[in-house]
Design a protein around this ligand. Structure first.
Ligand SMILES: Nc1ncnc2c1ncn2[C@@H]1O[C@H](COP(=O)(O)OP(=O)(O)OP(=O)(O)O)[C@@H](O)[C@H]1O
Length: 257
């Protein structure tokens, strides 16, 4: 059974079809990367899976439940989470405090405002464990404003993991990272492999080819290929789609992994 099935998805912006009869299946625990040239419709697609955007046509089924009409919060509660953007993080607060807010959002039903101390104790432990998991255990008490860009992305991941998602949507987690930070994030995402399924939109081909079980290639809103990294790298239609942009990305070092 797939954890996610997307069928016949269409999203139009006026005369532009940004998602064009798109199908996707994601197996439990799979890392499924979505790649494609600039403007191919990757963010539009992630937005529709997370619930930020409503499709014009098509159907989204998560764990056999039709979620097409469900708002973002309901999807998140079902176990489908999108990584937070650091812009929604409280910069003057520490990493730990931010993750505590995310953990508290999950524990909201269990801890009422009439027992704030009990709630704080109960959420600090899980929040610290999440920070340790993403490699920020030593940085727990550092204000977010003082952290490096790569650490912000690690923090976003810890906050997304607070809901124990079974499907995590990551939109360009390596964006703006140095090569070293990107390699660190790749190693971190590898530790999540099998624990939850991941739909990964990413331009960093080293990361994509090192992590993905399957890759779907999007061009003008349509999936032109879907397969293992080796199959995608050898696919003639994929190579020609990247011609003129940066075909060399398909031959990146990590693409041989
Ligand atoms: N709100 C919008 N209104 C109109 N057109 C839009 C809107 N959002 C995106 N588009 C257009 O839809 C197409 C797909 O955009 P999208 O951002 O989803 O692509 P992308 O693959 O994520 O691009 P990139 O790799 O550059 O981030 C583009 O042509 C874009 O200009």
């Amino acid at each position: 059974m797939n954890i996610l099935n997307v069928s016949g998805l269409v999203k139009r912006y006026g005369g532009l079809t940004a998602t064009d009869h798109f199908d996707l299946s994601v197996a439990p625990g799979e890392i499924h990367a979505i790649i494609g040239p600039n403007g191919a419709g990757k963010s539009t697609l992630i937005g529709q899976i997370s619930g930020e955007l409503r499709p014009d046509e098509g159907r989204l089924v998560f764990e056999e439940r039709d979620i097409t009409a469900l708002p973002i919060g309901r999807r998140a509660r079902l176990g489908l989470a999108r990584s937070y953007q650091i812009t929604s993080v409280l910069h003057e607060f520490t990493a730990l405090e931010n993750v505590m807010v995310a953990v508290n959002a999950q524990a909201g039903k269990r801890f009422g405002c009439w027992q704030p101390m009990a709630a704080a104790h109960a959420i600090a432990g899980p929040a610290l464990a999440l920070l340790e998991q993403v490699g920020l255990g030593e940085r727990a008490h550092v204000p977010v404003a003082e952290m490096a860009h790569g650490e912000h992305r690690q923090l976003e991941l810890a906050m997304a993991l607070a809901s124990s998602p079974r499907l995590l949507l990551l939109d360009e987690p390596m964006a703006g990272m140095s090569q070293a930070e990107s390699a660190q994030m790749t190693a971190l995402l590898r530790t999540l492999k099998g624990r939850c399924a991941i739909v990964l939109v990413e331009h960093d081909m080293d990361a994509v080819f090192a992590l993905a079980d399957r890759i779907t290639v999007l061009v003008y809103g349509r999936a032109i290929a879907c397969g293992t990294p080796a199959a995608i790298r050898a696919d003639a239609a994929v190579r020609s789609a990247y011609l003129g942009e940066d075909e060399a990305v398909l031959d990146a070092e990590g693409a041989h992994a």
